[in-house]
Design a binder for this molecule. Structure first.
Ligand code: ARG
Ligand code: ZN
Length: 859
């Protein structure tokens, strides 16, 4: 196959139903590190016109039989990525034997062997690396899987569904057979073989079904899997309560592996997780880790209905399951902890990574229209903007309407592979709401910009609000249409406590809303709870923002007002070429917050935070890197000096309570941590940071101290880091945190450090967690060194991408992302970045993953 044919993107518009379906797939694996044999027996039926063409990649074909007859060369055509059966007939049984080399599989797609564990990852198109198959989500078969291996070395042989039998073979090997009664696409297939510790528990569903819950983790890590188990039970219970959805098999298995490209995978009855999102205990996990584990455990569990029982017709529909399932996991997390904090974090992600993606050469709608490498579309747009689109539906239809819509969708399409349109149609049919215009959110890319104007007329007591929406063109699409978007607002009246909340539905490019009987000019809180994923421009005065921060009913809106306040202050400074000065009214507000934290302490901690670099960056067409970094550093220093007394008092006011991961504990640590972050910049910085580190009985506080020391560039920073590395040298999950910390060193020394880290005995280029801990942190969380004007940071990342591409293209392509947005920077940086991208593009044998992104980024 020539390069030109490999690089042919697929288009949504070209979708054709499969010409053949497979009703039964029987697999047998004889595991061997370098020569695993896979026998696949497919029972197929014709479904439409067309030839029978099966997908296959990096496979060695051993033999092929059709209805028992051995096929020879003339009966089939083999290419590098397909197998065509010349005369398949209208139905029959095809037996395919292939051989694979799991040991050499460093791409971690298909079947791979890492650290003695055989593991599969088939989404999106990994099953074609196991056997020849119609590897597309609209071919659903009932799978029976037999795994044959030496059980003294591999005591656990797992696959989807229920265990049917376990037999000792005459040659001493063991054969374990699994059967999954639910028809599924190949991307949900999984096999795991290895030696593990196993934590078991049980769950009884609302209707009384007994489910055995099993966590398989690395030896010795059992005590670190209890939290994930408890989170799973909470998720199962929550889905019953909130959506009336129950689990449907007798077993639910979760395997944790250290070699994994993503967070986790929802294979039917056999989830595979990145160990980072399973293993945790109080001494090794941060509050954030606990949060992530609960949310991802929830996410994969919720996929059992939204993804597995009802799946995608084709990969362009990925958001059908991912946007919806992210929305579901967000709702779950909101119910398990602080809803406000959850919303803030979700919005930060949209305003940083998602807005950046919309403005980048990789811009795409939540339902992409053209894809070269599917792995490139597991994006923050498909996932998180996708979840925002689902959230807007819930806002428009109300919770009751939304629940009815979801029920209609699942009842109607259970067992099917469907489209985003089918989903919206179900929402429409269940509620009677016309969602024709709303569907544009699925086809239109880009971040809408909404401008608001207010006019108040005292004599008629009438308030008129004028809204204007506009979506700027994106790299993939020039014509943009108005969208239907829900705008939540609150009108604040001078009489404290008096307000009015409204939901406006904006559908035209320009639209007016009138309110009568308004007897004074209110202060308007726009886009409460971030009710639509847009950029909003308002005409607030700084004092008005501080008022909203103090008074809005919605916690998110209060935080958002503070963020807007800082953005305004910083943008004035950037425009004027000056450093911002701390306004007195801000200092007094912060004093007040420190002296009397709100009842919601977690919110106080957020109100006291400056926006991060990435959030600010997305507010500029050309990102003023250096100016933003100096403004942030300067403001931090000024806040520390102006508030040293209040910060100290607030820090000391809350006695450290013994560590417990719960809402109150999280909030307290966040507030103390915020204080410490500023205190590190005072004369007493060394003292407070050292003490915080020494007294910490948990990972959150230790990391807070280490980060504060590093950001403030305290002398103690290095010795604390060394101490930390020594203490945790045997826990690789914690060492990843150490790697990331070192990679975010804010000065020149980082380059020597990075080099040293890649020589560390725990580091491996084949392990995505290690590579991300080092280079993901460097490129995404060390703006100062990554964006150096001399290009050293960019060069390093380009080198790493080049090195990784042959090892793990998916990982290489993900790391590449920050280089793509070269047009967002000044001339000098543009020049450096464009040069590096051109050099990358000129390399022979780039993977499709890297090729697609690099080629899109060049004119
Ligand atoms: N479906 C998985 C999830 O829950 C993600 C798997 C993505 N895999 C990949 N190779 N891109 O989000
Ligand atoms: Zn998912």
């Amino acid at each position: 196959m020539t390069a030109a044919t490999i690089r042919q993107p697929k288009r949504l518009a070209d979708y054709q139903p499969p010409s053949f379906l497979v009703s039964k797939t029987d697999l047998s694996f004889e595991l061997d590190p370098t020569a695993t044999r896979v026998s696949a027996t497919l029972t197929f039926q014709r479904n439409g016109a067309g030839i029978m063409i099966l997908d296959g990649q990096q496979l060695k074909l051993i033999s092929l039989r059709l209805n028992g007859q051995m096929l020879t060369d003339k009966d089939y055509r083999l290419t590098e990525d397909s197998l065509e059966i010349v005369k398949p007939g209208n139905s029959g049984v095809l037996e395919i034997v292939t051989e694979l080399n799991p040991d050499q599989n460093s791409a971690l797609e298909g079947l791979y062997l890492a650290e003695g564990v055989y593991c599969t990852q088939c989404e999106a198109e990994g099953f074609r690396r196991i056997t020849y198959y119609p590897d597309r989500p609209d071919v659903l078969a009932v799978f029976t899987t037999t795994i044959i291996a030496d059980s003294s070395q591999l005591p656990f042989l797992l696959s989807n569904g229920n265990k049917v039998s376990e037999t000792l073979l005459s040659d001493g090997r063991t054969a374990v057979k699994w059967h999954d009664p639910f028809p599924k696409p190949a991307y949900l297939f999984a096999l795991v073989a290895g030696d593990f510790d196993c934590l078991t528990d049980a769950y009884v569903t609302a209707s009384g079904r007994q489910v055995s819950l099993e966590f398989y983790v690395q030896k010795g890590a059992l005590s670190r899997s209890h939290f994930a188990m408890a989170a799973l039970k909470r998720a199962m219970h929550w889905d019953e309560q909130r959506f009336g959805l129950e689990y449907d098999l007798d077993r639910y298995m979760v395997v944790a592996v250290d070699f994994f490209n993503m967070g986790a995978m929802e294979n039917k009855g056999l989830n595979v997780f990145n160990s980072k999102y399973v293993l945790a205990d109080d001494s090794s996990a941060t509050d954030q880790d606990y949060f992530n584990i609960e949310s991802i455990i929830g996410h994969e569990y919720f996929h059992n209905w939204t993804g597995n029982r009802v799946t995608c017709r084709d990969w362009f529909q990925l958001s059908l399951k991912e946007g919806l399932t992210v929305f579901r996991d967000q709702e779950f997390s909101a119910d398990m902890g602080s809803a406000t904090l959850n919303r803030i974090e979700a919005v930060k992600l949209i305003r940083t990574a998602q807005f950046a993606e919309d403005a980048s050469p990789m811009a795409h709608p939540i339902r992409p229209e053209q894809v070269l490498e599917m792995n490139n579309f597991y994006t923050v747009t498909v996932y998180d903007k996708g979840a925002e689109v689902i959230r807007m539906l819930q806002t428009i239809l109300g919770k009751t309407g939304f629940n009815a819509g979801l029920k209609c969708y699942l009842d109607r399409h259970d067992g099917q592979a469907v489209t985003c349109d089918d989903f919206v149609q179900a929402m429409q049919d269940a509620t009677g709401q016309d969602l024709t215009q709303f569907r544009r959110w699925y086809s239109q890319s880009g971040t809408p910009e909404v401008k608001v104007q207010e006019h108040y007329d005292a004599t008629s007591a009438r308030l008129t609000l004028k809204l204007h929406q506009h979506t700027p063109v994106t790299a993939d699409q020039t014509i943009k249409q108005p969208l239907l978007m829900p705008m939540r607002i609150e009108l604040l009246f001078s009489n404290a406590g008096s307000s009015m909340r409204q939901l406006l539905l904006l559908s035209n490019e320009e639209q007016e809303f009138q309110f009568d009987g308004i007897h004074e000019q209110p202060l308007i809180v726009w886009l409460e709870d971030f009710s639509a994923p847009v950029k909003l421009s308002t005409h607030y005065q700084p004092e008005q923002l501080l008022l909203i921060a103090g008074r809005a009913t919605n916690g998110f809106a209060r935080w958002d007002a503070m963020q807007q306040y800082w953005s305004l202050l910083i943008s004035k400074a950037v425009t004027g070429g000056l450093l911002p000065q701390l306004p007195a009214e801000l200092v007094s507000l912060f004093k007040q917050l420190l002296q009397q934290p709100l009842a919601d302490i977690a919110l106080t901690a957020e109100l006291l935070a400056l926006p991060d670099f990435d959030t600010l960056a997305e507010q500029y067409t050309e990102i003023p890197v250096d100016a933003l970094l100096s403004c942030l550093a300067h403001l931090t220093q000024q806040l520390a000096e102006a508030l040293a007394i209040e910060l100290t008092a607030c820090y000391q006011r809350f006695d450290s309570i013994a560590y417990h991961y719960n809402e109150q504990g999280v909030a307290l640590r966040a507030l103390k941590g915020r204080c410490l972050h500023y205190l590190a910049f005072t004369n007493e910085g060394e003292h407070w940071v050292n003490q915080h580190y020494r007294q910490a009985d948990n990972m959150t506080d230790q990391l807070t101290a280490l980060k504060a020391a590093q950001y403030a560039e305290l002398a103690t920073s290095n010795s604390l880091l060394e101490d930390f590395a020594k203490r945790y040298q045997h826990n690789v999950q914690v060492m990843d945190k150490y790697f990331s910390l070192v990679a975010t060193t804010p000065n020149d020394a980082v380059f020597t450090h990075l080099d040293r880290l890649t020589q560390h005995s725990l580091f491996s280029w084949k392990n995505p967690n290690r590579v991300r801990a080092v280079f993901g942190a460097f490129s995404q969380r060390n703006a100062k060194q990554f964006h150096r004007a001399d290009g050293r940071g960019y060069q390093l990342l380009a080198q790493i991408v080049t090195k990784l591409d042959p090892i793990n293209p998916q990982l290489a392509a993900r790391l590449l992302t920050p280089l793509l947005s070269w047009q967002r920077y000044d001339q000098q940086r543009q020049h450096l970045l464009a040069g590096l991208l051109k050099a990358l593009a000129a390399q022979a044998s780039l993977s499709n993953d890297v090729f697609e992104k690099v080629s899109k980024s060049l004119p």
